[in-house]
Ligand binder design. Sequence first.
Ligand code: FAD
Length: 392
Amino acid sequence: ETADVVILGAGPAGLVLGNLLQASGVDCLVVERADAAQVRTRARAGFLAANTVRILDRHGLAEGLHRRGREHSACEFRTQDGRFRLDYGSLGRGERHTVYPQQELVTDLLTHYQGAGGRISFRTEAVAVVGADGSRPEVTVRDPDGRPSRLHARYVAGCDGRHGAARRSLPPGAVRRHHLDHGLSWLGLLAQAPPSLDAVGYAVHPDGFAGHMARTPEVTRYYLQYQRGQAADAWSEQRIWDELALRMGAAEYGALHRGPIVQRTVVDLESDVLEPLRYGSLLLAGDAAALLSPSAAKGANLAVLEAEILAGALVDDLAHGDARGLERYSAQCLPYIWRAQEFSQWMLRLLHGPSGPDAESLFHNALRRARLESLRTSRSQQDWFAEHYVGV
Ligand code: FAD
């Protein structure tokens, strides 16, 4: 099979790109390892930045999120010193999040893409991108029956995440990988229970971080800082709820709405950036380009931003013979990525501290307390926080 652009992966990056190319009449094909049902139900992110909504609006892809998403504009920090709330929607640039589960966004994007005649092969795993250093790259794939075949393209868009074929196909030394393992892990939970507070909750506790994020009126995401290497099912539901209640100060601030835990995932907090985001005719976007720690919920938002920039550049090249956008693509995206990395890292250091009784740990924890105090009391610090928290 042949397409001008073969897109690896049907996540937010791949499907925004597919929709935009399709709308501009560029011939493309999406290759996705999972089946359609998995793609439509995989619960991950949920907080869309104001700029993400503007991008989706610009291209007529935001109807579902306007109908079913909910605006969100407050967060609450709970610490040993008490709690404070930031109404970030009225700070900084006055922007809000839209809470819309990622699987619903992906479902909307997929429906729109297929409705416009977009081609997608499910249950087809990309194995490798070959010949990316030339102008006729190929993608080797395994079809649903496990048979190998080849797809021919002008460009390949690697939107297949951090463990995908795009990254694996980069020859050693072609692209630099900046990588940081934060040495921390979270147990990510989805509870079949209504949210327990009307804000994002960040609890900073001697036992570790705990987080609370609304998803829908019936489903809430929680996070618990968790020992690295511990299995996701190591704790009983009772223990999980007790630990969440303890770290979030439920005795003082109100009980949590408990319910069955319907999903558990251990997330090792790591960040990386590939530089540049291009190797010949292979272009990277989304998690394949850079992995953000989930501390500031930036990953899906960056994926959408990069997909829009990449779509514009590919259309300029393929429809108008102007390759300058593709030449600029990496340099244009990297500043956004690094700013998101910087803020995620700042959040990470705000929410986690070393646990030892040694002098250095005590010093770092005192700094962290001062940082939280500054966020509680300084209006300019709050404006800075709000701008970066909702912005991409
Ligand atoms: P993905 O969504 O990972 O999509 C990649 C696709 O490629 C998948 O469909 C996969 O099946 C497919 N694929 C992989 N390998 C192959 C292959 N070899 N061949 C074919 N197909 C392949 N981000 C936020 O902005 N806000 C949040 O609140 C947030 N919360 C998160 C919570 C959790 C628990 C996790 C895990 C992530 C969270 N993120 C959040 C990050 C966000 O989900 C990702 O950044 C986002 O999904 C990236 O989109 P993507 O399209 O690049 O990759």
